[in-house]
Design a protein around this ligand. Structure first.
Ligand code: PGA
Length: 258
């Protein structure tokens, strides 16, 4: 795991956005794994204007999102498809047909999960998977106790996650309690992973992920098994790490991984 300690949230966001842009520049027909959530929203706001600076053409990029709520169709304003279309795919000039999210309103949800795994494999796998991390250590909607060998499946959201995500739903609106999520094994098959975490609320999950035991109680700890994961942190998210001096000596923002 490359741990990148940034001096500010802005620097961390910019570092993650630059990594994505370099990947698109190197492979304009590559396969990107996207995520959603408040952290990713900030990242996408930084990413969209960078396409001009890097002179990027996103029209050939293919993408797979980590997850989608069960029960919301693609036009529902709280669906992840809706968010991605309006905030990412459209502004980046991606082709809708090249973007994939699980269909939360599929009639046969089990089949939808199998089809999603097959579609990722048919695309040749994911080149660069973006991740956030939940306060409880989840990645995607792989909540604590998820099998580290799990694949795309229907998952129940934990009470922690429901409470954390309530802020995105208007008062009184239906908040889904189930989602389709890539599994941990699915995520680990990505060739490269970039995880971005900001703020002190993430500090204990980040410490458990990077320095705790490999455990289903912290699903993100499975990334310890991945050969090419970069964890990008602001100072607050990094505050509980014990090996900060080592990480600083081993890796600095802007300097290529040794
Ligand atoms: P957040 O979510 O960025 O909204 O905190 C991250 C996650 O739950 O993966």
């Amino acid at each position: 795991m490359n741990i990148v300690l940034c001096d500010s949230p802005e620097q961390a966001i910019r570092f993650a956005a630059d990594t994505i842009c370099r990947q698109v520049a190197a492979r304009p027909d590559g396969v990107h794994g996207f995520a959603t959530g408040g952290t990713m929203d900030q990242l996408y706001q930084a990413l969209v204007p960078l396409q001009r600076q890097y002179a990027l053409d996103w029209s050939g990029v293919r993408s797979f999102n980590l997850d989608e709520y069960v029960g919301l169709d693609a036009d529902h304003p709280m669906s992840y498809r809706y968010f991605m279309r309006h905030n990412v795919f459209g502004p980046l000039g991606m082709q809708d047909a090249r973007t994939h999210l699980p269909r939360g309103d599929a009639r046969d949800l089990e089949q939808e999960c199998r089809d999603y795994e097959n579609a990722i494999a048919a695309a040749g796998g994911i080149d660069l998977q973006l991740l956030g991390i939940g306060k409880n250590g989840h990645i995607g909607f792989n909540e604590p106790s998820s099998s580290l060998g799990s694949r795309t499946r229907i998952a129940r959201l934990s009470q922690d996650t429901l409470a954390a995500n309530q802020r995105f739903f208007p008062p009184g609106a239906f908040q889904p309690q189930w989602a389709i999520t890539m599994g941990i094994r699915t995520i680990l098959e990505s060739r490269q992973i970039v995880l971005l975490a900001l703020g002190e609320q993430k500090a204990s999950a980040v410490a458990a992920m990077a320095e705790g035991p490999l455990s289903a109680m912290c699903p993100a700890s499975a990334l310890q098994m991945h050969p090419a994961t970069t964890v990008v942190l602001d100072p607050e998210a990094a505050q509980l790490l014990r090996l900060k001096d080592y990480y600083r000596s081993a890796y600095s923002p802007g300097v290529p991984s040794p």
